[in-house]
Design a protein around this ligand. Structure first.
Ligand code: PHE
Length: 468
């Protein structure tokens, strides 16, 4: 069956409430903007610096890089490829591509559905902090080089239950409104406008931060590895970050791949997205670590690093208040593109698998998200004492997704593509049915997907979770 006929049969099986031709990205640039919009997010600006700081700096960065190249990139290509071939949501993709398989591969899509809710649960909370910091920065409240003051401001914010809920729900409404406009008119148009702004702003802030006195020590922390910090657990965290960063292992890239154009060069697109995403992470690291050392903040403080340290950086520079507002605006922009793609996984599934209109699918997802997310939003106040395995909802959602669900989903996708789907179909799909002459690239991706990625994921997961 060709991609076209698959797409047509998909249309026939979908409900009358969905349009006859499936919505999708309209231009190559739109594909790139939306996909990059998904990858670039709080993962770069908040998670990457926090985890790098907590896990020893440069050595962690190196492990993260290896995971990105050997596991992340091939899995991203595999996801986009099966998505575009099936032109369906994350559950139906597996049903369509392996209708007679004895193993229920569609479970991968179900796991992705669950992961989307858990990630959004804590992601909307952090996004809420970032949005709130735009206001805090503009008011001048956190414009101080005294980390004790910025630290208190952060604690005040996260321990206020009403405010936390209001901000989270406000964000859900914003994202939901964009999502309801559809794939091309909502997601594509928004990300195409916002992504260039994001890059411009980040370069501006990075350059300013690099010229701070004492920047050298921060750069050394980021780029001079000390391997004594690397343990099995640290490697698992690095791999989890690679999955989280590139939006992998949960069907996001399958779903976005299903909106790709037929002439899109998938290996090239994925590589560009990976490189641009890495650049943004490094720029964020370059903006944050010099300041961490210049102002004597401990690099290992974790999730609060961004909210305590970044204000001190800006407070110390001329026009710092302007730069700080700009920085939190750019972080908000990054979060929006990522949240749109997180939302798209359940919305597409409810829309196509369960034949709900896009509007109803989005509404139901939003209500469910508000419920799941509230537990995380309140985890620094009302529900702080509700813990499982010693973790509150916020930490638990984060741990379960990055360290378990995403790598497991990635493993299943790699095995599915490498061992069930096989080289012939992969070759046809990645060469756009022989139009592209990229045999070498396809062979390399195939070997990585079939052998390297599954073995690495399995070893790192079992070892990191202390199972061997
Ligand atoms: N990649 C996004 C980020 O770095 C987060 C994300 C994870 C988005 C999984 C979609 C799916 O912020």
């Amino acid at each position: 069956m060709t991609t076209q006929s698959l797409a047509e049969s998909a249309d026939k099986t979908s409900a009358s409430s969905t349009p006859l031709t499936r919505d999708g990205f309209t231009t190559g640039l739109g594909v790139l903007a939306a996909t990059l919009g998904s990858a670039v997010g709080l993962g770069n600006i908040w998670k990457f610096p926090a985890l790098t700081g907590m896990n020893g700096g440069a050595a962690f960065l190196l492990v993260y890089l290896l995971c990105t190249l050997l596991v992340g990139l091939p899995v991203m290509i595999a996801e986009q490829m099966i998505g575009r071939t099936a032109r369906a949501d994350a559950i139906r993709t597996f049903r369509k591509l392996a209708p007679n398989s004895r193993f229920p591969w569609w479970i991968t899509g179900v796991m992705g559905f669950a992961a989307a809710f858990l990630i959004m649960g804590f992601y909307t909370e952090v996004a809420g902090w970032v949005f709130a910091y735009v206001v805090k920065a503009a008011s001048g409240e956190i414009l101080t080089t005294d980390a004790a003051v910025t630290s208190q401001a952060f604690v005040d914010l996260i321990s206020n239950p009403t405010l936390s809920l209001l901000i989270q729900w406000g964000i859900l409404i914003l994202i939901g409104a964009i999502a309801m406009l559809g794939v091309s008119k909502g997601i594509e148009r928004t990300t195409k406008r916002l992504m260039p702004v994001l890059f411009g702003l980040l370069v501006l802030v990075g350059v300013r931060s690099l010229t701070l006195p004492g920047a050298g020590e921060g750069l050394a922390f980021l780029f001079k590895p000390d391997f004594s910090a690397i343990t099995g657990e640290v490697v698992l965290v690095a791999m989890g970050l690679a999955f989280f960063k590139l939006s992998l292992g949960m069907g996001t890239m399958v779903t976005y791949g299903s909106y790709f154009r037929d002439d899109q060069n998938i290996p090239v697109t994925a590589t560009r997205v990976m490189l641009a995403d890495l650049t943004v992470s490094l720029l964020a690291g370059i903006a944050i670590f010099p300041a961490v050392f210049a102002f004597g903040v401990a690099p290992e403080v974790g999730p609060s690093l961004l909210f305590i340290t970044i204000p001190t950086v800006f407070a110390s520079m001329p026009m710092g208040n302007v730069f700080m507002v700009v920085f939190f605006i750019l972080s908000s922009i990054a979060a929006i593109g990522a949240m749109l793609s997180l939302l798209e996984v359940p919305v597409a599934i409810l829309n196509e698998q369960f034949s709900l209109s896009r509007r109803n699918a989005t509404l139901i997802t939003l209500v469910a998200l508000a419920l799941v997310g509230s537990l995380a939003a309140l985890s620094n106040s009302v529900t702080a004492d509700i813990t499982l395995f010693g973790k509150n909802a916020f930490d638990l959602y984060d741990f379960l997704t990055s360290n378990i669900l995403l790598p497991l989903g990635g493993l299943m996708i790699a095995v599915f593509v490498g061992w069930v789907w096989g080289f012939k179909k992969m070759k046809a799909a990645l060469s756009n049915n022989g139009v592209l002459h990229n045999d070498g690239v396809i062979t390399a991706v195939f070997l990585l997907v079939k052998f390297v990625a599954p073995v690495l994921i399995l070893i790192i997961m079992l070892n990191g979770l202390g199972l061997f």
